[in-house]
Design a protein around this ligand. Sequence first.
Ligand SMILES: Cc1cc2nc3c(=O)[nH]c(=O)nc-3n(C[C@H](O)[C@H](O)[C@H](O)COP(=O)(O)O)c2cc1C
Length: 172
Amino acid sequence: MSHCAAAADQSSFRSLMATFATGVTVVTSTGADGPAGMTANAVASLSLDPMLVMIGFDLRSRTLTAARMSRLFAVNVLASDQEQVSRTFAGKQSEREKFTACAHTEHAGVPILDGTLAWLRCTMTAVYPGGDHMIVVGKVVDMGGNGGEPLLFYGGRYRMLDRACRAGQAAQ
Ligand SMILES: Cc1cc2nc3c(=O)[nH]c(=O)nc-3n(C[C@H](O)[C@H](O)[C@H](O)COP(=O)(O)O)c2cc1C
């Protein structure tokens, strides 16, 4: 597909968007049935003042239902050794099974996963329709971080930074 235009079909859209490398997060919330969480990479920093993030939620996401109920969610940024955590939260097993498989701590109404690079707790401030997804905007009210190496997603596969990238210079 390099150097040529592709028809705007869903398969080409998927494979072209897979060239956009991202980190991996788990968005957590607490709904009527308790903790809920989903792996998400449609996550972006939206605004600095006020501090806002935005997330693209599939309309079928149970975590979206929980977040819309509680108006609270957290973004947990996964570390390079948390691929299995990502696989667990990308699945459709019960939310209880997901959280049994992953150590976490309840923090002011939201589950925060252990061993992540960073977490941000947010209140939901807006929801916009976005095709088969909803765009959720959250105001950051609390945050923390442990640092470390990120888990990445590129070309439909999990990746890690190589040694040269880790030693790279900060962006200007
Ligand atoms: C790397 C990766 C990134 C994903 N990103 C998103 C995302 O940004 N938004 C979304 O709705 N689903 C995303 N998914 C799919 C959800 O994790 C999946 O549908 C999950 O089962 C939803 O769980 P829930 O129904 O318990 O909320 C992603 C999956 C993977 C593996």
